[in-house]
Design a protein around this ligand. Structure first.
Ligand code: ADP
Ligand code: MG
Length: 341
């Protein structure tokens, strides 16, 4: 067989296999783009678990007319230009793949306006060459991206979608995790025309605890130990369940590295070790944010960016463990935690 270059749509559909697993992954990519664009408000509308419609609207910087077709092209990004950029990346995006992938497996339109334009423009890609059409539209400053009929042209993937309810739960769960770390953003989430979540910006500590209670659990938010520890360029902040409170089964195990939600065994291990002498709780709940020099961590490990690699993972683990141990050691044993706040 002769070797041929894949047509753009097929190449994008293959790449979509890694990035677009289900409606929640589309929501993740679209919302992360809003945050990268400096939005302060993000409105998400979902129909039928996302299989019918995913619409994400933001008030961020917008995309200018000339860039609209590029936004849909593969390996096109405004976020990285050099390897140095990649090694110190702080934005969520850098692969320039999400929109190309999503538009290859759904009917995707982008409507956007920047502050420098008096009118908005709308783009969509069609056909196997993914030629982009751009037409005038109406939109305030910011961007709306709409993905309709997800996987309509990849029936094998469409069959893997679970019930609308299950798919929506995945979206809701992901939004909880991002809403906890991006307290500055106003998020709303609608399902089938009904407002399901409304996370208002949390500018004060009291508002933040309210958001935490809304997302996780009231008891957890009221009784959690506040962590705030900094050493040698590493900073750990967040909340940890008290070992002296009755255990709450919440599954709140949220860990963020430089604002990015990651799955990492390191932090689970450190939490369990910190708890091991104080309590027999096996899965204490936590929301922990680690901030460090972006050069010290590699985020380009997995297309969906669920994982990171620390250059000095032992050191990071020990720092987290010590930060937790020191917070725990200041607790009055078996007592309420009001004195910690
Ligand atoms: P990446 O985020 O890795 O750059 P994407 O495919 O997700 O790749 O997006 C491509 C480009 O489209 C981005 O680099 C950005 O310039 C632009 N873009 C996408 N979504 C938005 C948005 N909501 N607001 C402003 N620009 C956006
Ligand atoms: Mg992106």
């Amino acid at each position: 067989m002769s070797i041929q270059i894949l047509p753009p749509q097929l190449a994008n559909q293959i790449a979509a296999g890694e990035v677009v697993e289900r409606p929640a992954s589309v929501v993740k990519e679209l919302v992360e783009n809003c945050l990268d664009a400096g939005a302060t408000r993000v409105d998400i509308e979902i129909d039928k678990g996302g299989a019918k419609l995913i619409r994400v609207r933001d008030n961020g910087s917008g995309i200018d007319k000339e860039s609209l077709s590029l936004a849909l092209a593969r390996h096109a990004t405004s976020k990285v230009t050099t390897l140095d950029d990649l090694e110190a990346i702080m934005s969520f995006g850098f692969r320039g793949e999400a929109l190309a992938s999503i538009s290859s497996v759904s009917r995707l339109t982008i409507t956007s306006r920047t502050e420098f334009q008096t009118e908005a423009w709308q783009a969509y890609a069609e056909g196997s060459q993914m030629a982009v059409k751009v037409i005038p539209a109406a939109h305030p400053i910011g961007t709306t991206i709409e993905a309709v009929d997800l996987f309509f042209n990849t029936p094998a993937r469409r069959r893997f979608l679970k019930s609308d309810k299950t798919e929506f739960t995945h979206i809701d769960e992901w939004l909880k995790r991002i809403a906890i770390v991006r307290r500055d953003i106003h998020f709303t989430l609608q399902h089938n025309g009904k407002m399901v979540r409304n996370y208002r910006p949390a500018n004060t500590q009291a508002q933040y605890l309210q958001r935490l209670a809304q997302i996780s659990n009231k008891n957890f938010a009221e009784q959690a130990i506040q962590i705030n520890c900094e050493h040698d360029g590493l900073k750990l902040t967040g909340y940890l369940q008290s070992p002296y409170q009755p255990s709450i089964t919440l599954n709140t195990h949220y860990f963020y590295v430089n604002g990015r939600l990651v799955r990492d065994r390191l932090v689970n291990h450190a939490v369990r070790q910190a708890f091991s002498e104080l309590s027999d709780q096996e899965q204490p709940n936590y929301v922990l944010m680690l901030d460090l020099d972006p050069h010290q961590v590699d985020v380009n490990v997995h297309p969906a960016k669920h994982e990171v690699r620390f250059h000095q993972s032992r050191y990071v683990h020990d720092f987290i463990l010590q930060a937790l141990q020191s917070a725990l050691s200041q607790l009055p044993q078996g007592d309420g935690l009001s004195s910690v706040f």
